[in-house]
Design a protein around this ligand. Structure first.
Ligand code: SAH
Length: 272
């Protein structure tokens, strides 16, 4: 699936680009499909010349440095949960996007993953996971909208049982491939299906993260939350907001509205 491209263009001097898309006040433009194929890093389109061994050797080191910068930026944006920061430091986000976009993997931006979908912006991933894990150690977590598998990989760094559902066949397969490459298949259980129905055979979940925006949070998912568990989801169509729900009893849920965000839509059914 991956085709060889130019040397991994992480170089010193990219600091400004990394800071560029960080928006104040925690407001994010997550999962937007815009601007991604525009004039990006010229290096990413460079012909494959001079790609010798030292470039390859530097690849790992450079991506680690870029990830370190991403973590520092997340801290500056208010992310404090060390489990989440450690997990995001451990997962090579550039391996979850097309190689032509790898140079942009550590920017705070959503990037295309095919099928008109996007990998979520790092801040959004960090914010959602931090919110559902606050003051708790969830054991069983459900992600609706696995996409390319990145968020599931982050969750799997410190959560024992991660279940992720994806409705687009091609992305389900892509997520599978990425998670296998990271040796996380087994730790993450992927399902091809409509995540709006949840996974009733596996529920209850200590936490549920919905990575696509619906008009309303599906009741089936609220019902599959353990008492004391938390769910986070973007809600709305053009204007969207992150909603944090805590199940407080058998028939009671507490709802809190968080930041404005922008996600791809939550859709019913599956697409082969
Ligand atoms: N979690 C991803 C984000 C993927 S974007 C990441 O780590 O970056 C959101 C994904 O939700 C898309 O792949 C889309 O196909 C999927 N999606 C939308 N509605 C869905 C549904 N009802 N069930 C499962 N997946 C859904």
């Amino acid at each position: 699936m991956r085709k060889p491209v130019a040397p991994f263009p992480f170089a010193s001097g990219t600091t400004n680009r990394f800071g560029r898309s960080s928006l104040g006040g925690g407001v994010s433009a997550a999962n937007s499909n815009t601007r991604v194929f525009g004039p990006g890093n010229p290096a990413s389109n460079a012909p494959l010349v001079g790609h010798h061994r030292s470039t390859t050797v530097n690849l790992g080191l450079n991506s680690e440095r870029s990830r370190g910068m991403m973590i520092q930026r997340l801290r500056n944006q208010g992310i404090q949960d060390e489990r989440v920061l450690d997990a995001m430091m451990a997962v090579p986000r550039h391996m979850f996007v097309d190689e032509g976009l790898a140079s942009r993997a550590y920017e705070d931006a959503a990037l295309p993953i095919g099928h008109s979908q996007t990998i979520s912006q790092p801040w959004v991933v960090a914010r959602m996971i931090s919110a559902v894990c606050e003051n708790r150690v969830p054991v069983k977590v459900l992600e609706v909208g696995a996409g390319c598998g990145y968020q599931a990989a982050v969750l799997a760094q410190f959560i024992k049982e991660v279940h992720a559902v994806e409705r687009i066949r091609g992305l389900y397969e892509l997520a599978r491939e990425h998670l296998r490459a990271q040796k996380l298949i087994g730790r993450v259980r992927l399902t091809f299906g409509d995540g709006m129905a949840g996974l009733p055979g596996i529920a209850p979940f200590d936490a549920i993260v919905i990575a696509a925006a619906g008009i309303k949070i599906p009741q089936a998912l609220l019902e599959q939350l353990a008492i004391g568990g938390r769910l986070i989801a973007p809600e709305g169509t053009t204007a969207q907001r992150l909603i944090l729900i805590e199940r407080t009893g058998a028939a009671t849920w507490h709802r809190e509205e968080l930041e404005s965000v922008r996600f791809v839509p939550l859709r019913p059914g599956t697409q082969s």
